[in-house]
Design a protein around this ligand. Structure first.
Ligand SMILES: Nc1ncnc2c1ncn2[C@@H]1O[C@H](COP(=O)(O)OP(=O)(O)O)[C@@H](O)[C@H]1O
Ligand SMILES: [Mg+2]
Length: 258
């Protein structure tokens, strides 16, 4: 039996906006075990980001309990939450959130330098290794503006990985990418998951969710569906298929021109 990485129960989140209250989460129970690749689906405003922010210890629930990798999160101080985030979690966002005019390797190195426990040495080398892991070993000195969207997201994934997290949280990581690049990024998440990292990905695209092993659907602040995917698609296979189709097309064009 795998150990739970995440155990939340009865989690509610109410935002107060002056006189009105917004019920973003209305009682969520969720257990995620080590090694899962989970997709969180739901339409805009359903509460996906609120849930991710709570799972990521970036926000505190109004009610309910949360145990992360065996550690009780509720009631922790801000500093303890920050340390827990640093030790256990990696974040990937829709907009990449890289520092401009800063090289890829420096962007990836930042979480190591910001660690309050100063537990890292050889930070530059660790950052370079993380970039190699995402296929960007030859782009260490490139700035974000010198990289494609897919490459920028890979840098962001390397930055999330560099602290060796237990859990990777990605909120709409393919939201700013074209469909082919999205599949490439999903192939990377699948590969990292196979190497043992638990991954939770928020998406509202069914095409993206089909690469997960389990899909939950959030609606109106509640989990409405939770099902295992018997045979998830392989994103690497899909990329290879697209390449083969493109090659065939190119060969056809060359023939016609001859
Ligand atoms: N900081 C906030 N203050 C007030 N309301 C918020 C805040 N963040 C989110 N909400 C509201 O909570 C609900 C859920 O939002 P969110 O979790 O961002 O949904 P999703 O990510 O699924 O689009 C929405 O009605 C949204 O307007
Ligand atoms: Mg959102």
């Amino acid at each position: 039996m795998s150990t739970p990485v995440i155990e939340i129960s009865g989690v509610k989140k109410i935002y107060r906006m002056g006189e009105t209250e917004v019920f973003a989460l209305r009682g969520v129970d969720l257990t995620v075990t080590a090694g899962e690749l989970l997709a969180v689906m739901g339409s805009s405003g359903s509460g996906k980001s609120t849930l991710m922010n709570i799972l990521g210890c970036l926000d505190i629930p109004t009610a309910g309990s949360y145990v992360l990798d065996g550690i009780r999160v509720d009631g922790m101080s801000r500093n303890d939450l920050a340390d827990l985030r640093n030790r256990k979690l990696g974040f990937v966002f829709q907009g990449f959130n890289l520092l401009p005019r800063t090289s890829a390797v420096e962007n990836v190195e930042l979480p190591l330098l910001y660690d309050r426990t100063a537990r890292w040495t050889n930070t530059r080398q660790l950052a370079a290794e993380a970039l190699e892991r995402v296929g960007l070993g030859a782009r260490l000195e490139h700035q974000p503006s010198e990289l494609s969207g897919g490459q920028q997201q890979r840098v962001a994934i390397a930055r999330a990985l560099v602290t060796q997290p237990t859990l990777l949280l990605a909120d709409e990581p393919t939201g700013n990418l074209d469909s082919r690049t999205s599949i490439e990024v999903m192939a990377l998440f699948q590969a990292l998951n196979e190497q043992g990292i638990t991954v939770i990905i928020v998406t509202h695209e069914p095409d993206i969710a089909q690469y997960a092993h389990r899909v939950i659907e959030v609606r109106d602040g509640r989990i409405m569906k939770d099902h295992a995917v018997a045979a998830p698609r392989s994103a690497a296979d899909d990329v290879a298929r697209l390449d083969a189709e493109a090659a065939e097309l190119a060969a056809g064009v060359t023939k016609e021109a001859a």
